[in-house]
Design a protein around this ligand. Structure first.
Ligand SMILES: Cc1ncc(COP(=O)(O)O)c(C=O)c1O
Length: 430
């Protein structure tokens, strides 16, 4: 038998007889639900970022909230060690092994004083995004309406659209106004909203609340009869002594609410895909049901290592928070030095910064972000990608080290000084 021909890298080159005639061109009609999705604004930024990297540019990437620090080494060791066990490689439980769910309940108990029945009130997910999306499918359908915070973390809108629900976005920048608008919407809308999504610390704006906010929110939800899903992705990242509150710590919350947490952020395990849904048992059951049809759960070694991280990793979580706090201080003061308006976030992984008025008047946030990437080699997320109320803002993720954060601001400053807005406008349209 002759050896197949290969490329230099070793990929097999298909023999000529395998390059089939493709026949008539079929039109692929995708389902309407895909057409309902709004345009993905990050696509343009990501494409340019890749292109620049391929051509050798050193892009300072503050675009995605993708942690660049590693998990604790002993967590990785546990993962590797469990993977050596040949019994670890079969399908697992779609809602997570009982020990993992017990460990989550234990963390809720010591960290938030919340008692959970790990059998009925905790579901493990393939990252909180998967859990959130499938929960929307489990709870909502055509004709249902959900309220989401604006600006919006994209999946909060996309998952609802994929579930065929209607979306009402309410500005979250002022918590009192947000509550008033929820009440107003519930009073005016018929049928009433079925579900409210909240997310504090908020992505992208970094808005935070104290537990009194949740007390009021639960009372409103009970009055109007809607469910609450709290995306608590930044639970582990609080600054200057601030501990983001769990909605489940409010008495009565479990009657109507669930909360998603994740190991992606505080534990630097974003690629591992470990998240949790906890709270109301009926809602958890609905998620467990739909997940049972869709997946077989996380790889067992991931679950075992996650248990160890939850059990022994709190010091690492605190250290990581301090790292973000330090980066926040550096980035906020560097931006203020060049005249930008920024609020100091007290939690999360982002600085939500207004870019200068003179540039706002001339460029939408997506164009300004593209401009910074092209000219300053700094990738940021345009506020407009999170909905219209995000216009005029950029979201900068604290995922590069201090030196590179300072460097990023220097590069932005230099680029803006060299190109006054008028001049830039002319050259962009050339
Ligand atoms: C608010 C929010 N929710 C959920 C996620 C996704 O988390 P996970 O990695 O657990 O899917 C993110 C990630 O950026 C986020 O910012």
């Amino acid at each position: 038998m002759t050896e197949p021909e290969t490329t230099k890298r070793g990929d097999i080159i298909p023999p000529p007889e395998m390059v089939y005639d493709q026949g008539p061109q079929f039109k692929i009609d995708v389902a309407d639900r895909l057409l309902r999705l709004p345009p993905y604004l990050f696509g343009r930024i990501n494409a340019l970022k890749m292109e620049k990297r391929r051509s050798g540019d050193d892009v300072i990437d503050l675009g995605m909230g993708n942690p660049s620090d590693p998990p604790q080494d002993w967590v990785i060791e546990k993962l590797a060690q469990t993977a050596e066990d040949l019994k670890s490689h079969g399908y697992s439980h779609s809602i997570g092994i009982p020990h993992l769910r017990r460990e989550v309940a234990h963390k809720y108990s010591w960290k938030y004083g919340v008692q959970l029945d790990s059998e009925a009130e905790v579901v493990a997910c393939l990252g909180s995004k998967e859990g959130f999306s499938h929960l929307c499918l489990a709870l909502l359908g055509p004709g249902d309406t959900a309220i989401v915070p604006a600006p919006s973390f994209p999946i909060h809108v996309h998952a609802l659209a994929l579930a065929s629900a209607n979306v009402i976005s309410l500005d979250v920048s002022d918590e009192k106004k947000f509550l008033r608008n929820i009440v107003y919407t519930c009073e005016q809308l018929y049928p009433k909203p079925k579900l409210l999504v909240v997310n504090f610390p908020h992505n992208p704006s970094s808005a935070t609340v104290d537990s009194e906010f949740f007390v009021e929110l639960i009372a409103i939800a009970k009055r109007f009869g809607f469910l609450i899903v709290h995306d608590f992705a930044y639970a582990d990242i609080g600054f200057d002594g601030y501990q983001p509150p769990s909605i489940l710590s409010v008495p009565g919350a479990k009657e109507i609410a669930v909360e998603f947490t994740t190991m992606s952020k505080g534990y630097n395990m974003a690629g591992w895909r470990v998240g949790f849904c906890a709270g109301n048992s009926e809602i958890c059951r609905s998620l467990a049901t739909i997940k049972g049809y869709y997946d077989y759960g996380m790889f067992l070694p991931v679950q075992v290592a996650a248990i160890m991280a939850l059990r022994h990793g709190e010091d690492g979580v605190k250290e990581q928070s301090m790292i973000y706090q330090h980066r926040r201080d550096i980035l906020c003061s560097a931006l203020r030095r060049i005249g930008w308006e920024v609020e100091t976030p007290r939690a999360g992984m982002f600085v939500w910064a207004k870019y200068p008025e003179s540039w706002q008047q001339r460029m939408k946030s997506i164009d300004f972000a593209m401009f910074l990437l092209r000219e300053a080699n700094v990738a940021v997320s345009p506020g407009g990608a999170f909905g219209p109320v995000g216009e005029g803002y950029l979201r900068l993720a604290l995922v590069e080290n201090e030196h590179r954060l300072r460097q990023a601001v220097r590069q932005i400053s230099r680029c803006l000084q060299q190109r006054e807005p008028e001049e830039q406008e002319t050259s962009l349209s050339e």
